[in-house]
Structure formats: C-alpha cells, structure tokens
Design a protein around this ligand. Structure first.
Ligand code: TYM
Length: 328
C-alpha cells in the first residue's frame, strides 16, 4: 500500500492556497492510503522568528489541519522536532546531496533575496525535506506546485543513496491538485503566500474579510497576452472555484466563459458563497478544537510516539548501510 507524507510550516495561519494546493488533497488521500502529516517546525527556523511565538504557531497549524478534516483515527499528525531522527537523517543525506542541484532551487533564491544574510539552514532546507519523506519511505507526496522542485531533489538524493549504499529508499512522487498554484487575488502575478502581508485569504478570516478580498480580486488587466487565453486573475478564480464549488457550478461558469458570456461579478459572488460554505464548518470545528488544547497535544504526541518507532527502524537500516556499526 502506498504511504503518503506531507508537511506544512507553522508560519502563520493556513491560507486558501495551502488548502487548495495541498490540504484538500490530504483529506481526500487519507480515505484510501496510510498518511503522515507533519508540522515542520525545524524548517521554520530558517527564517527570522520569535521563539516565544513558536508553541502558539504550532498549535494554530494543528488546529487548522484538524479542522480541515484530518482524522487522527486514520492519519498521523505530528510535530517534526518531536522525532529527532529527521535531523539525523538530514545530516546523512546532506553527504550525498549534490550542491549543484541545491544551487538551482528557486525558493532558496527568492527567500535569500529577502534577507540581509543567508543561513546554511535555508540552503540545506530541501535536504531536511528529503529526510522527512525518506525517513518513512513514503512514495506519495501531496503538495502545491512550488514544492515540485524540492521533490526532484528528494528523488535525486534517494537515487544517489541507493546507488552508493544499496537499495534503501523509494523515489517519491508529487501529487498535485487541479489548483496547485493559487495566486494572490489582488495581484495574480504573485503566488498566494503566508510571508507576503495581505496576499492571502486565511482559513480563519471573517466572512466579511473574505467577501471583500474576492470582490476586489483583479480579473483583466489589458488585453490577453495571447488572443483567446484566460487572464491570470480569471484563471485563478476558476482554480479556486474548481476546489471549492461542485463540478456543475464550475462547468456552468466555464461554459459562460467559452461563449464569451462570463460576468466577473457573478463568478466572484458564486466563489464567495462556495468558499464560505466550505470554510464555515472548518471555522466552527476549529473553534471547538481550540477549546481542547490538551486533546490536540495528545494527538500530536501519540502520533510522534508511533512515528518515532518507525523512524528508528529506518535509521537502524541506514546506520548499518553506512557502516556506522562499530562496537555494536
Ligand atoms: P508550506 O508551508 O510553504 O506550504 C504548505 C503546502 O501548501 C502548498 N502551497 C500552495 N499550494 C497552492 N497555491 C499556493 N499559493 C500555495 N502556497 C503553498 C505548498 O506547496 C505545500 O504543499 N517545504 C514545505 C513543507 C515541507 C514538506 C516536507 C512538504 C517540509 N517537509 C515534506 C512535503 C513533504 C513548505 O514550506 O510548505
């Protein structure tokens, strides 16, 4: 049976891009596969943050993910730093990871442009991500499009490790949704992102804030780049509609577009209603869970205990293959 692994950084509230590109797929996949989902706090150390804020950010991420429908009876949800084998494997993999590949990472280039000095962790970020996935020998990784390049590095690292030390890791494949790259509503040339202030609709935003953001969404700016192509803003509204609305609603608007009869006001209103229909119960569940932080901690800790024993098995095998066996 396939094993699914994916992760999210605890860097602020989860937005509809995360939901559309990744979490909606997590919820679907847990119906049919063994799934592990991780709040990657070690990864979030690569950018400046307040240490005293971290526990709350981890708890917020856990609440959002559980409220979206991750079922702790079916899936494991845990905090990366609760299983220290992630960093142990990361070091091992950094000794087979080619720097040439890491130098190509667009996310590293973008993030390093925004800081005064670049820490080694930001550069080694994809290696820790590879360790997350390979530690459990996962083969399916549901992510948004921005993570596909990191997944290529994971596959390359797995191949190199297997070649050098014998068959150990599968080569995991990304699993994308139809909305793998949601753009900022007010500027559809930029990806919706937690790190760009005001660029995202958060799952926890009020109804009013969501209505306003969609109403103000940019649709057409000038004539299309190529005749007959959909403008990025309109394409973005369709991507969101595909995730949040029933297929008939999406198909109806697509038909309108193809006949040249699409009214932006109508698609925006419909998207608003459909998004609120999906998000309202999520917000309600989140409120209920927030009242039971002890229960949420128990879910995270139980998952980590289970995963730690799986991680130890892989690390035992890895140490054996590397020859780290003296005096045993
Ligand atoms: P993160 O925290 O940036 O994002 C979490 C997930 O949301 C997806 N995503 C989007 N999808 C569509 N449109 C968008 N605008 C958008 N923004 C974000 C991301 O692609 C991601 O799937 N490096 C990862 C976390 C990670 C991980 C892993 C993922 C660490 N280890 C192992 C998979 C497997 C990250 O920073 O995601």
């Amino acid at each position: 049976m396939s094993l699914v692994f994916s992760g999210i950084q605890p860097t602020g509230a989860i937005h509809v891009g995360n939901y559309a590109g990744a979490i909606s797929n997590w919820v679907r996949l847990q119906q049919e596969m063994d799934c592990i989902f991780c709040i990657v706090d070690y990864h979030s150390l690569t950018v400046a943050y307040e240490a005293k804020e971290m526990p709350r950010r981890v708890m917020d991420a856990a609440l959002d993910i559980l409220a979206c429908g991750i079922d702790p009876e079916r899936s494991r949800l845990f905090v990366q730093s609760h299983v220290p084998e992630h960093t142990e494997l990361s070091w091992v993999l950094s000794c087979v990871a080619p720097m040439g590949e890491l130098n190509r990472m667009t996310q590293f280039k973008e993030k390093s442009e925004r800081v005064d000095w670049v820490n080694l962790g930001l550069y080694a970020y994809p290696v820790l991500q590879a360790a997350d996935i390979l530690l459990y020998k996962a083969d399916v990784v549901p992510v948004g499009e921005d993570q596909v390049q990191h997944l290529e590095v994971t596959r390359e690292i797995a191949r190199r490790f297997n070649h050098q030390f014998g068959d150990t890791f599968p080569e995991p494949k990304p699993r994308l949704t139809k909305a793998a790259r949601i753009m900022t509503l007010s500027d559809p040339s930029r990806k919706m992102s937690k790190s760009i202030e005001g660029s995202a609709i958060m799952l926890t935003d009020s109804e009013d804030a969501i209505r306003k953001q969609i109403k103000r969404a940019v649709t057409d700016v000038g004539p299309p780049a190529e005749p007959g192509t959909m403008s990025p803003g309109v394409a973005n509204l369709f991507s969101l509609l595909e995730v949040f609305a029933p297929i008939e609603v999406y198909a109806r608007f697509k038909g309108d577009y193809e006949r040249g009869e699409l009214r932006y006001k109508d698609i925006k209103e419909s998207l608003t209603e459909e998004m609120l229909r999906v998000l309202s119960p999520i917000r309600e569940r989140r409120r209920e869970l927030a009242a039971k932080p002890g229960e949420v901690c128990r879910i995270l800790k139980d998952s980590a205990a289970d995963l730690r024993s799986r991680a130890r098995v892989t690390m035992g095998e890895v140490r054996e293959k590397l020859g780290l066996t003296a005096c045993q």
